[in-house]
Design a protein around this ligand. Sequence first.
Ligand code: SF4
Length: 372
Amino acid sequence: MNSSTSGRVAGLPWEWADCQCFVLGRTECCENGGDSSVAAVGLLPDFDGEAAGQFLTFVVPAPSGCNLKCSFCLIQQRREAVGDCLQPEDLVRFIREAAERSPIFALAIQGYEPLLPTSLPYTRAVLETGRSLGVPTTLVTNGVFLHEAVDLLNSLAPAKIAISLDSDSAAIHDRVRGVAGAWTATVAGIQRAVEVLAPRTKLAVSSVLLPSKRQHLEGMPAHLQEAGIEEWIVNPLLRCGPEKCNGPVGERRSLFQSLLGLKEAADRADIRLKVDDEFDRLGHRSACARQPELSSLEVRRLPLAIDLFRLGPTGRCSVGQEIMKPVTPDVPQWQPNAINAGVFLKTLSRDAEPHHKPNSHPSSAAERQFHA
Ligand code: SF4
């Protein structure tokens, strides 16, 4: 079996792929099977009611990999960046050809790290093309290079930036992200971004909620209030892999209790907490039926009329919930000189599964009914 079909990466079970045991130790970080979080929905520009159209997301090339070493890195686990990379001008072409096919709701850069010096030409290509087409652009960054990139971002005017910060404690954040000094650089970047980019660019902080590690995040609301950030996106760790049933890592009941506790802390600091669950893997609505107080949580899913695409550095492109699965040779690859991107995306879209197929709780009758 090869790595893509066996669910194993570098000899490790898929669940443990890329867990940086030197950082936290397997039992501390990932005792329930570490995995990844995705947050495309958090990168959608604000929308009222219905949103529709193509949502093109990108993992831009980083020839030397990311500067951080997060145990839950989806890009690493999907093996998304293995192979020859597209060029910045290819991304421009991809976006323009896609726009000729049908309206683009937004463009988002989801990784590796878009503000790495080697990735900036790609980031600039995406943001400039969006601006010239009048399409909102967003990105998520680990923030380490944000301080230096603020002036460039000010000229490119993205609609939203989400900055990853996993604790108000430098020691915890640096352990989770695997690099000493990351917290200090990111916090400095946030401060400068608030001063220069807000409010034209909406700034949010995004945190990964590791199983049984609510305490890592409890000080975040007060920290964000002091930093001048109003929106806090919390991403519970999700399982990703070749199987369809990839719900949260850890037990749902304790996850929701953790989220409720964090929501109370956020309310006290006047911070808006949003939980991202783009493919309805948490089963929030069915949990509300059993535990009505959970309805106070703002859990955001991908709107049904949004077509989500994720173009990787090599041109392999995933659609909808396929973004939670490994990138294998079977994943369609867009080749700039071989096929028009609009035609390519149309074919992908036609073959895709619906976003919210009820597969996170396949045994839950209540949820099946809800989705029917
Ligand atoms: S910062 Fe993002 S891209 Fe970099 S290792 Fe961490 S999760 Fe992966």
